[in-house]
Design a protein around this ligand. Sequence first.
Ligand SMILES: [Zn+2]
Length: 494
Amino acid sequence: MATDLVIRNVRIIDGTGGPSRSGDVAVEGDRIAEVGDVGGVGRADASTTTIDGQGLCLAPGFVDVHTHDDGALIRHPGMEFKLAQGCTSVVIGNCGFSAAPARVGEYDASGLLGVRPTWSDLEGFAAAVAEVRPAVNAVALIGHNSIRNLVMGNERRDPTDAELAEMRQHVARAMAQGACGFSTGLIYEPGRYSGTDEVIELARESAAAGGLYASHIRNEGDRLLEAIDEAILIGAEAGLPVQISHHKAAGRRNWGKVGQSLARVDEANAAGADITLDVYPYTAGSGPMAQYFDIERIDPELASVIRFASCPAFREYEGRMAVDVAAEQGVEVADVIRQVLTAPDGDKTICIQFMIDEADVATNLRHPLMMVGSDGVVDLRGKPHPRLFGTFPRVLGHYVRDEAVLTLEEAIRRMTELSARRFGLVDRGLIAEGRFADLVLFDPDVVIDTATYDDPKQEPVGIEAVIVNGALAYRSGTHTGVGAGRMLRYQPAG
Ligand SMILES: [Zn+2]
């Protein structure tokens, strides 16, 4: 077999966290065939594509461990916003919201999916994704909110025994169909109406299949530490690894608290727990606005830091702070929030909340068990949070190169090997012979995000080439249109 692709004379950052070295990497089919000395690799012939890697770094393709790309894989199979960052795999179904299970033809309540399901379970969803040939790989979490909504609607009570059994079956079925674990979003409806015991019971089904528990914990502000404790307890009781999603301390009075919550995680791990985390490199969050406000009692502090991302009811508000809209109209900011949420389609509003301390982002990124996840919400009609387009280049350019918060090799490890191992992406996350050829070629002196809150739909610079399953998917700013991504089936690390 001739070599399909050779990247020559490149600085190889292999994902282990060890020092980079100079060499060549040869790809045959969908795998890395050889990693070797400069000049001596690959059985090149006329059909071989050769890329000169002089001055560039080659890393395993980035794994975005925290996404809401379930519907996007079908709506935007080119996945340009991820591919251009160097992402070759995404973990979907986070925060308790997953595309499956679903009722055929029925829009999900969260507004995150944005597509009408033609499937009822993960197997059906995976088939629908495979049909559109997405540009990146995906592995699925099964979401608590989606399951609970399907079984119990928006009921504000504990499940009956029969309902709990039905929910357990959904988790077990998804695990058997290739899900990597069970996710919760315990601040969201309807997950917030569940007790810890319910979550433990459902997490047990993930544990039985060797999966993990990923959680948008119950509180990320005043009760952050209690919420961390709950996640640790769920992991211990159900007997499975825990991923704390988008770790943060929200709200000015809680800034700095991430030091304490990371200490709790370290303590638990030292005592035998298995807890890891992820973070997005920004000081603002984003999500469905209806989920953050009690319409009867609009929180004025939260309202003051809200910016509209997608606002179908008032498109003219997109990209503006609620306080500025209020000032212009001569009303209170709470009135603007209420006006939006009570309008037709108000429940489809996606907002951005500026609520995180910059110092906490750096503290998070310094932690050795901290992965990178974008948490981007894919509604491209408005002004989405720039993390959708900029997360990975921002870590590499801003936090590694400019701020020296972590080394390049360590950042790559936490975007690749650690993430692939955690979420069961078999034979991915490392540059080594026999591994899948998911690769990203980038310029370490140039790489940076260009997406801003005002102009968020901008692809980063410095990402030279992205290879997915051996196919060149992105090169010098151009998407090749090759849909080489796959729905991956989870396999627990051995
Ligand atoms: Zn979340």
